[in-house]
Ligand binder design. Sequence first.
Ligand SMILES: [Fe+2]
Length: 406
Amino acid sequence: MNDVAQISIPDLVARQQPGYALEQPFYGDPALFERDLARIVAKQWLFVDHVSKLAIPGDTLLFEMAGESIVLVRGRDAVIRAFFNVCRHRGSRVCLKAEDNVRTLTCPYHGWVYDLEGRLVHAKNMPEGFDAAAWPLHPCRVRVWEGMIFVNLAPEGDPEVADFEAIAASLAPYFKPYRLADAKIVARKTYPTHGNWKLAVENFRECYHCAPAHPEYTTVNAYVKAGDDNPDGYDPIVNAWADTWRVKGRTVDRLGWASSDPRQPHGVFRQPIRDGFLTLSQDGRPVAPLMGDLDAFDGGETLAIFGALFYVYLANDHATLFRFTPMTPTLTEVVLTWMVRADAVAGRDYDVDRITWMWDVTTVQDTTIIGDNQLGVNSRRYAPGPYSVREQGPTAFVAWYLSRVG
Ligand SMILES: [Fe+2]
């Protein structure tokens, strides 16, 4: 790797060419990674998990990312709270288990005990005048929306944090009919991806690579081939499909990026899957009962983008949630969660392998592609190349990234 110490970060940002991939230090330099975390990741609303993982009072789960650990807990009052997993005594991790059910949050080091609201309720042998009330766990901002739990590491009132409620309100018409809050998790898989988080996001934001790298995905999703001949080649099919379903009351129009908050851009894209395909399965046949309030298959898929690190693909009968978490400069954790309606019965109504087939095979392929991309970027001969017209996604993402990190 080149030595970033010789070049200041503002200089690196300033010399970056629009429409080109990022320069090498952005994809692995430790100082830039720290800056990414502080300026971008810590300002984002980050998806943690589904509410069903914190079903009853005392349930806890950890959200781990580069250098930070957040404890989420459902209190006796049923409210979900989040705390930095840092003992107020000498800073030890308080919770060590990924998931647990507890009566208190007790630090394993010196036994300081916090209640589920984060208040310090016991600390032995402290000097006269020690006021336990002054030493609660540091709270972390948390929101629960449509059954999905989000945290934000920035303090209350940080002007660089997007208005969560505004984002949620604009996404609501697309999510409400699927009733994700009432859905259940049927599968989860973690894909350790050996690439900088931005390589993982860029890859997810374009389908220029789909035909060469994803034969299965390309077979299912007709837009890939339609767009190869002409980037707008699928638009007439999308428009005709939207016209059909709009009159039936479906929210089919693309939200695009129009109402997006530059602090955390979001958008929704809807399109038909492929002629005759009802869902994102190998043969196009349903893999589970219709979700939520849907009363018919419309043959469409919805991609909702919730900032840089969280994406949801809604098929009519299942949802796939994609969580990207930066772990080190060249390691990104990608977690996929598949959900169906809660009253569906395994074996009778759905077969997990059919639900996970497309995105599992595709994400395994992406893990390899991104790892190979990182290895090439690390070379002494790497130089940023130009994006194609089919890579508007990464082009826009990189422009946004530079505007935030600079
Ligand atoms: Fe891919």
